[in-house]
Ligand binder design. Structure first.
Ligand SMILES: [Zn+2]
Length: 294
């Protein structure tokens, strides 16, 4: 499969892939075979080893603990879990917000640089007064304000080939939310080496995609984007509501991986066109010979 020169080209190509490999558009891809292993991947702790909930935590999280299959055990799994988020902007910022609200015990967040006016249409953890100041300060402060029970670690770095392994080592689940393919591919390779699941979210104009890569059970990002697309730029057209949609779905993928509730999009790409409101499932087969996961 040849490389793509932009994310929207990826989306278009995946539409072509869908035409070739997905017989039933919109039909849920069966996860039989992969799901038990997906669940067991994060079932690293048995009930006695999971941290206990305080009475305050029970009252804070009771609405989600009422969700069938979550309960006390699911919430304790969330409390025991750590998630790494690569870039905490329009996409990763909303992911972090949802995961902090849900009671994930430890969030490790990486994003370098200072806030620019052009960030404010989608980076919901930022404020107008913070323009010109380091993004991470505002990110950490606002997440702690939302949930002081959540351990928030802010790292003012972007992922690269040198730091990816160290950053991936900080968490159980990896969230890929960077605008640059260099960062996404470095993160993908490190996550696969560490055999950690990675939720991959992306958006462009009115379109967004979400999938989950699980080492040993699915392909990886490099199966579809084997190298950095030469013409891809950091800045692209998007509404905050589009990146936020992808983010909320991505956060739900993380929550499902941790709690075992529901079925993650392992081996399936959710492709969303918010212009037409058409949502589709596209099967993502592993690419034979992929240098990362093959
Ligand atoms: Zn691969």
């Amino acid at each position: 499969m040849e490389g793509f020169d932009a994310l929207h080209e990826l989306l278009k190509t995946l539409v072509m892939v869908r035409g070739q490999v997905l017989k039933n558009v919109g039909e849920k891809f069966s996860l039989q075979g992969s799901m038990p292993a997906t669940r067991s991947h994060l079932a690293v702790k048995s009930m006695p080893d999971l941290p206990l909930l305080t009475e305050e935590e029970r009252s804070v999280y009771e609405w989600q603990m009422w969700v069938p299959g979550v309960g006390e055990e699911g919430q304790r799994k969330l409390k025991a879990a750590s998630v790494f988020v690569s870039r905490v902007g329009g996409l990763g910022g909303v992911v972090a917000l949802e995961l902090a609200a849900a009671g994930v015990g430890r969030l490790v967040l990486a994003h370098a640089g200072c806030l620019k006016p052009g960030d404010l249409n989608r980076q919901l953890l930022q404020t107008h007064e913070h323009i010109g100041l380091p993004r991470m300060e505002s990110i950490v402060r606002r997440l702690r304000e939302l949930n002081p029970r959540c351990e928030v670690i802010g790292i003012a770095e972007n992922v690269n080939d040198e730091n990816a392994e160290r950053l991936v080592g900080e968490a159980d689940v990896i969230m890929s939310a960077a605008p640059m393919f260099q960062e996404r591919l470095a993160l993908n390779a490190a996550a696969f080496r560490a055999r950690k699941p990675m939720v991959e979210c992306a958006m462009h104009t009115l379109e967004a995609t979400v999938t989950t890569f699980v080492p040993g059970h699915t392909g990886c990002l490099a199966c579809y984007v084997p190298e950095v697309p030469p013409t891809w730029k950091r800045q692209f057209p998007v509404f905050g509501a589009v990146s936020g949609t992808a983010a909320c779905i991505g956060a739900m993928e993380v929550i499902k991986l941790i709690t075992g509730v529901g079925e993650p999009l392992a081996g399936t790409l959710l492709s969303m066109d918010l212009g037409s409101m058409r949502f589709r499932h596209v099967r993502l087969p592993k690419r034979p010979g992929c240098p990362v996961c093959g």
